[in-house]
Design a protein around this ligand. Structure first.
Ligand code: GDP
Length: 529
């Protein structure tokens, strides 16, 4: 593959979606290993340990064995630039995952071969479907007792309403799993025996199912089954159709075992060959094409305190168009102010470096002091508003108190920062001195308590609050809004921006108040229009 193909055309920005434990972390690591971004598997975890040593709020991650933070890994392989966006697997952090999916052009769906499609796979798949994100499937753990490959294909087809075309076919399974036959190239590339961690050498190649080398290299029954199953699969499954895949109606399916390196190279090559380059991005007025010369970008994630010594935050920005260069000035559309891109960061597998330049599809980190928020646009002047970045209604509300009441003011500031980052919604009740925090998943409370303690030095505890849900209140009639606020002070709060929020005690309360005030709008999220 030539390495000088158009810089946009060569980019593949993708995420891996999976139910926890299906093997996302292992596969990520192996994609980096095969992509030449790391030398030894284990490096991703090592990097994780370093980070943890620096900021121990990730203790929650460690204790529960879940991955909370989303990061980006950029690497070049075979003429392509891959931007792999990591997503938290645990459903309590799905907010982060959903937003990350707005920044990718395709996704790899990892399925455990013994378990098939699981709940979280299904949910994340639905998000991809809503956005027509093309899906490449990797059926992992074929080295374990697994379900029949035809059953697995059938389940994807039936449950996800997605056409399936096997890209590789497993040879044996469980202890007898020997590798995968590459159906797209009609060949089998065996791996030389090597250590699990290091990059395996390529071994023998067999071309075509009739190659006598197959019979010489593999047990007779495995070859017979392979020939029979491939014939059946070719008869039963539709041929691969690039357009159908790109439109999100068909998924190529790769089998493998990430931990044993099986099927990973084929998957990586498949993403390079098939996955789309940066796609046009929707905005309120028009669609932005990645080939436009002016730079435009949107913020899809904020991460604060990556380095606890600095209060800086990193805004993760997806470039939608143009050729970004370090030092350029971009307009921050929400404030109308120009921002100088002094220190944009590029995230490599094990490191970060200054991003001297970047193209549509790339993710750069912009350090800032809190002026960048999720959904914000950066442009060379045009007032663009990117659409489709989801905002979630807080479903769980709790009161937060500092262990030391003298620290209440500091806590307020910490909460405001966390709210701006998008880690939680915070509400200041009009008649109560304690803040109310709203989240989507319960584990977020634990992470918040840990972060407030370690990053801001304020030990806090969460306790139940007598609220059922929160609604932002809006009206075109300021007098009606004011009289509503004055009349219901005990149920009113301000969010971190000072916008009025109604805190309902129960479903009935919400229902009555909504009905009694037809001129007001009760919104589940502030961004909702
Ligand atoms: P995640 O929660 O989706 O990130 O999953 P991990 O990558 O952490 O994997 C979960 C567990 O499955 C770990 O113990 C892995 O070692 C194991 N695992 C991952 N891939 C494979 C595989 O191909 N075969 C087997 N047998 N185990 C695997």
């Amino acid at each position: 593959m030539p390495s000088n193909i158009d810089p946009i055309e060569r980019r593949r920005t993708f995420a891996i979606i999976a139910h926890p434990d299906a093997g996302k972390t292992t596969l990520t690591e192996k994609l980096l290993l095969f992509g030449g971004a790391i030398q030894m598997a284990g490096a991703v975890k090592a990097r994780g340990d370093q980070r943890r040593a620096r900021s121990d709020w990730m203790k929650v991650e460690r204790e529960r064995g879940i991955s909370v933070t989303a990061s980006v890994m950029t690497y070049d392989y075979d003429g392509h630039t891959f931007n792999l966006l990591d997503t938290p697997g645990h459903e309590d952090f799905s907010e982060d995952t959903y937003r990350t999916l707005t920044a990718v052009d395709s996704a790899v769906m990892v399925i455990d071969a013994a378990k098939g499609i699981e709940e979280q796979t299904r949910k994340l798949f639905e998000v991809c479907r809503m956005r027509n994100v093309p899906i490449t499937t990797f059926i992992n753990k074929m080295d374990r007792e697994s379900r029949d490959p035809f059953d697995l294909l059938d389940q994807i087809e039936q449950e996800l309403q997605l056409h399936v075309t096997p890209a590789t076919w497993p040879i044996g399974s469980g202890r007898g799993f020997l590798g995968c036959y590459d159906l797209f190239h009609d060949r089998l590339v065996l791996m030389a025996k090597g250590s699990k961690g290091a990059m395996p050498e390529l071994g023998e190649t067999c071309s075509g199912l009739d190659d006598p080398k197959l019979d010489a290299l593999l047990p007779a029954d495995a070859v017979a089954t392979l020939r029979e199953q491939v014939e059946m699969a070719r008869a039963l499954c539709p041929e691969f159709d690039l357009e159908m895949y790109r439109e999100g109606h068909l998924t190529p399916v790769f089998f493998g075992s990430a931990v044993n390196n099986f099927g990973v190279r084929e998957l990586l090559d498949g993403i390079g060959a098939l996955a789309p380059s940066p796609r046009p991005q929707p905005t309120a007025g028009r669609t932005v094409d990645p080939t436009e010369s002016d730079v435009s970008a949107f913020v899809f994630k904020i991460q604060a305190n990556m380095d606890p010594k600095h209060r800086d935050r990193i805004a993760f920005v997806r470039l939608a168009s143009g050729h970004f260069k370090r030092g350029m000035k971009l307009k921050h559309v929400r404030s109308g102010k120009l921002m100088n891109m002094h220190n944009p960061v590029l995230f490599l597998a094990q490191d970060r470096e200054l991003a001297e330049e970047a193209w549509a599809g790339d993710i750069v980190g912009i350090p800032n002091h809190g002026n960048l928020r999720i959904g914000d646009a950066l442009t060379e002047g045009e007032d663009l508003r990117f659409t489709g970045i989801p905002s979630f209604a807080p479903e769980l509300l709790q009161r937060v108190r500092p262990d030391d009441p003298m620290r209440a003011k500091h806590l307020g500031r910490a909460l405001e920062q966390l709210a701006e980052e998008g880690a939680a919604r915070v509400f200041k009740p009009v008649l109560d001195a304690n803040w109310i925090v709203g989240v989507v998943g319960g584990l977020q409370f634990e992470v918040l308590a840990d972060r407030i303690r370690t990053e801001y030095g304020i030990p806090v505890h969460f306790e139940p609050a007598p609220y059922y849900t929160a609604r932002w209140v809006e009206s075109d009639d300021p007098i009606a809004l004011k009289s509503f606020q004055d009349g219901l002070r005990s149920a009113m709060a301000d969010d971190h921006d000072g916008a009025p929020v109604f805190l309902a005690r129960n479903a009935w309360h919400l229902d009555t108040v909504t009905k009694e005030n037809p001129t007001l709008r009760f919104l589940k999220t502030k961004e909702q229009t």
